[in-house]
Design a protein around this ligand. Structure first.
Ligand code: SF4
Ligand code: SF4
Length: 166
């Protein structure tokens, strides 16, 4: 007869992914972005501009440069997302042909200035490192699949190791 409390004592209690209904953070929640690393720890991004072209909020700014690596022509010399302008639609994730950009389940995005909320490449790669370390966000994007932002991660997920290279 007694219903469990639905009030969550945030920030003492934090919603977690895949928990009970009342403390649930959906596994396909679209929060702060990350730039994914490849198995060598480099950014996967090939600076193709597909994400910035698809972005309805025009909040991705990329400067491409010749790649220092032989397996691609270009890489992002700079890559900045205005996290205040973003509407967290996931279109960038869907547009990326190499699964380099992904929205994570990090939701508590705060800062004291607009400049702080402009996430550059280093920051976006550090979000990858942080989420992989926490184990909350396995790499879930799969090239060629549509609507990846709305899909749940595979059972057990897939994680990628990281290093300091970019
Ligand atoms: S989530 Fe949507 S609005 Fe935000 S950067 Fe990606 S495409 Fe742009
Ligand atoms: S994140 Fe993906 S879509 Fe965006 S520029 Fe890099 S490779 Fe292209």
């Amino acid at each position: 007869m007694l219903k469990p409390s639905v009030t969550q004592q945030f920030p003492e209690e934090r919603p977690q992914k895949d928990k009970t209904f009342f403390s649930l953070l959906p596994a396909n929640y679209r929060g702060v972005h990350r730039l994914n690393r490849d198995e060598q720890g480099r950014t996967k991004c090939v600076a193709c501009y597909m994400c910035s072209t698809a972005c309805p909020a025009h909040c991705i700014d990329i400067v491409a440069a010749p790649s220092p690596w032989p397996d691609r022509e270009k890489y992002p010399e700079t890559f900045v997302i205005d996290e205040l302008r973003c509407i967290y639609c996931g279109m960038c994730e869907q547009a990326c042909p190499v699964d380099a950009i992904e929205l994570t389940t990090l939701f508590d995005l705060t800062g004291f200035s607009r400049e702080e909320m402009m996430f550059d490449k280093e920051k976006l790669l550090s979000v990858f490192d942080e989420t992989v370390k926490m184990g909350t966000d396995p790499v879930r994007t799969r090239t060629g699949r549509l609507s990846v932002a709305s899909e749940l991660p595979p059972e057990g997920g897939v994680t990628t190791s990281s290093t300091a290279q970019m």
